[in-house]
Design a protein around this ligand. Sequence first.
Ligand code: NAP
Length: 353
Amino acid sequence: MAQPPPSPIGLHRVLEPHGVLPQAAYRLDATAPTTADEVRIDVERLNLDAASFRQLHSAHNGDGAAIRGAVLDIIGERGKMHNPVTGSGGMLIGTVAEVGPDSPLGLSVGDRVATLVSLTLTPLIVHDELREWDGLSEQVPCSATATLFARSIAAVLPPDLPAELALAVFDVCGAPALTSRIVTRHRELRGRAATVAVLGAAGKSGSLSLAAARDAGAISTLGVVRDENERRGLTASGLADDVVIADATDAVGVSAAVTAALGARADVTVVCVDVPGCEHGAILSTNDGGTVVFFSMATSFPAAALGAEGLAADVEMLIGNGYTPGHAEYALNLLRKDSAIRDMFERRLRAEA
Ligand code: NAP
């Protein structure tokens, strides 16, 4: 069969099924030579998406060797790290090895970069069987090759932060940017500052979303966390005006906790939990006319849509687009400005190491 012409969105690398975009494809060609507008990356580390890693961890009962085998199988079979159960991927860091003459990305050979597009659409080949990884952390040291299409995003790693830290921030940088946009919009449209509840607030996207809500002028920020340990940590960080413990999958319990803490439902609720089943609690926690941002990849679109309808809840619901212009620099600056965020990220990275 004739080779399809190179496409800026990577259609020429889709093997199966033909004609779909690389993200929707079952299988990509990760072995073809770099085309004139592509960039080849020598990969040193993958950062698996939190929902994907949790699913693999529980499916394999925490057996690191089995998790490593499963990740190798997915990449070998699909030509990309695209978890078939969660549908999510993650991102990577590496060094630019080749830049096609027509690439518009502005990268140079030797740049150390993080990709800001999902691994679910990034052609990837692993060369070392992931030998350096014990299978028990979201961050996967590796020797691999990845390809970036012309229409893609990559950030040169900042010189002032460790690569693992920058990678973890980049992975969730869509959440603070979108939170900021929604909180700002609320103030402009309603003429008053928003109250904001963040579910999963002690996590990576959660802590950055809290900081972004405050930065964008929220009148009150509430962190909802899972247990006493997280409550203590988040309270000490000072990132939220108030912190409550609730199970985000318990719709009645979490909405009661949010309403009691804020004195009313939230104007904006941001879902940063990495487990399924948080749609109804988030909707019930949100004021009529308010907004729910579903950043979590474990969100079910039917559960959210039918849940809101069934509750006659007049809330706007947004899928957390991982891309907002300027999102990477905004998230890095939040972390640089507030050492509490950096501490939380570093604690999490240490716990996962
Ligand atoms: P994270 O750092 O692991 O944070 C998740 C937090 O939720 C943790 O503090 C976790 O507590 C907490 N949690 C888990 N179950 C809970 C429950 N039932 N009730 C209350 N809290 C609970 O994860 P992350 O990296 O911020 O990612 C969060 C979500 O965003 C994931 O679903 C991820 O896939 C998604 N994501 C989306 C995009 C996008 O572009 N939209 C990009 C990257 C990631 P424990 O630590 O105690 O379990």
